[in-house]
Design a protein around this ligand. Structure first.
Ligand SMILES: [Zn+2]
Length: 449
């Protein structure tokens, strides 16, 4: 059972991890790895620490049951945090880890130190009580916020056998989107950032008639891409179906949202009434393409000989680079033959990732739902893809069923989460800490006994 004492220890651990200030870059996460190692050792738990770079590393601990059974990983749980660009705008010290007004305040509280700490604490409780079957793994990592090179990636390359699991539980999920409806993250959209380059013939700007102007080409391309993305690109309603069921939409609403040929109309109707839902439905139904940077020309009186457009492309699971290029070309139409398509350079923001998703319903998900219902009776879980990239992508690639799952106080909204993550006055409710600690403990109890 989760006691008051266990909740207190989890709270203190979150404060300590915030105070350790493992800002990435440079990370220096070994400080928090040692904090967790010492805490586990004080409870008589053995763990292994892997140094992946000076002052950086990962930690693994495991509990085995007597009988064979599934392996569940608490993690990958990252202990690095993003920088604080404007500390003066905070109402509290961003690295104080102070407790005030029912919250723990500080950088990383929400992303994702409260999860890492409650996973450690639930692991300790499960260790105390033992499991009958299967295996529980605790995997604490560095470097999630900068791509995982010294965290999950290092482990996958050097000790893949130590992090084999059937299921992973990690960050982002368990937030309420309607009464008794909690989202949990089953996957991530991928990202492909492309650069489109156009050429023209330079000439005097005073006589533009019939000229070959690269900026004009880029402008045409931008409008074509936007039109294609909104009206012509292939759509799927798979992820919308989950959303409609999870939200218990009326039959008509569900029909409007999940019927492909009606979707453009549904989006048009929703756009004014509920723009945020319209955005979500649009992004869950297709590969999106957003031309976000345009550069071109050299002088106001010279016809532009060069122009480029950077396009932010977000793919659904299963859509690879060939798919991206193919649809960019279709969108460009007759301009495609005059367009050079390349990957945006890394230093220009071109970080690519592949979309991925785990099963949206399974025996394991029923267990998650059961565990949630112990403390929040009447709750249903709603599967969702999320727009950001996490360490879980490495595990989904290997077929591990990986879910973003914690348990927020139902008073917390998705808007709160989005504002506070990486934001000013990042903080986590003490009630969320308690619920999350309990839900991890309960999942393990239900799965292993
Ligand atoms: Zn995170």
């Amino acid at each position: 059972m989760i006691t008051e004492n266990a909740i207190d220890e989890a709270t203190q651990l979150i404060s300590k991890l915030i105070q350790n200030k493992c800002v990435n870059p440079p990370g220096n996460e070994m400080k928090s790895i040692r904090t967790i190692e010492d805490h586990l050792k004080s409870k008589g738990i053995e763990c292994s620490v892997y140094e992946t770079a000076p002052n950086r590393g990962n930690l693994i601990a495991r509990i085995k049951g007597a009988e064979d059974g599934p392996t569940l990983m608490f993690g990958p749980s990252h202990i690095d945090v993003v920088p604080v660009p404007n500390p003066e705008k905070w109402s509290m010290d961003p690295f104080g880890g102070e407790i005030k007004d029912g919250y723990i305040w500080g950088r990383g509280a929400m992303d994702m130190l409260f999860i890492s700490a409650t996973q450690v604490q639930a692991f300790i409780k499960i260790h105390e009580e033992g499991i009958n079957k299967g295996e529980l793994l605790l995997f604490i990592v560095s470097d999630e916020e900068a791509g995982g090179t010294f965290g999950v990636k290092w482990m996958m390359e050097n000790h893949p056998e130590l992090i084999e699991a059937d299921y992973c539980l990690s960050e982002s999920g368990g937030i309420s989107i309607a009464e008794n409806k909690l989202i949990f993250m089953i996957g991530e959209k991928g990202g492909a950032f492309k650069k489109l380059t156009f050429s023209g013939t330079p000439g005097h700007g005073s006589m533009p008639y019939g000229s070959e102007n690269a900026v004009v080409k880029a402008s045409k391309a931008i409008l074509r891409i936007q039109n294609y993305c909104d009206n012509k690109i292939p759509i799927t309603t798979e992820y919308l179906g989950y959303l409609a069921d999870g939200l218990a939409m009326s039959k008509i609403q569900k029909f409007m949202v999940t019927t492909k040929f009606l979707l453009p109309l549904t989006l048009k109707l929703l756009r004014k009434k509920d723009p945020n839902t319209a955005k979500t439905i649009h992004s869950l139904s297709r590969m999106t393409m957003s031309p976000n940077i345009v550069k071109g020309g050299i002088a106001p009186n010279v016809i532009a000989a060069n122009a480029s457009v950077a396009v932010d492309i977000r793919t659904l699971p299963g859509q690879n680079d060939d798919y991206v290029v193919k649809h960019l070309k279709i969108a460009l139409g007759d301009l495609a033959k005059e367009t050079e398509i390349s990957d945006l350079e890394k230093d220009e923001g071109g970080i690519a990732s592949i979309g991925n998703a785990s099963e949206a319903s399974s025996k394991f998900i029923s267990i998650l739902e059961k565990a949630v219902n112990i403390d929040l009776p009447g709750s249903n879980l709603v599967p969702l893809l999320m727009p950001m990239v996490t360490d879980m992508r490495f595990f989904r690639e290997k077929g591990v069923q990986s879910y973003g799952f914690s348990l927020f106080d139902p008073k917390v909204t998705t808007k709160d989460m989005v504002t506070l993550m990486h934001g000013i006055d990042e903080r986590i409710r003490l009630t969320t800490v308690e619920l999350t600690l309990k839900v991890y403990y309960n999942v393990a109890k239900l799965l292993f006994n």
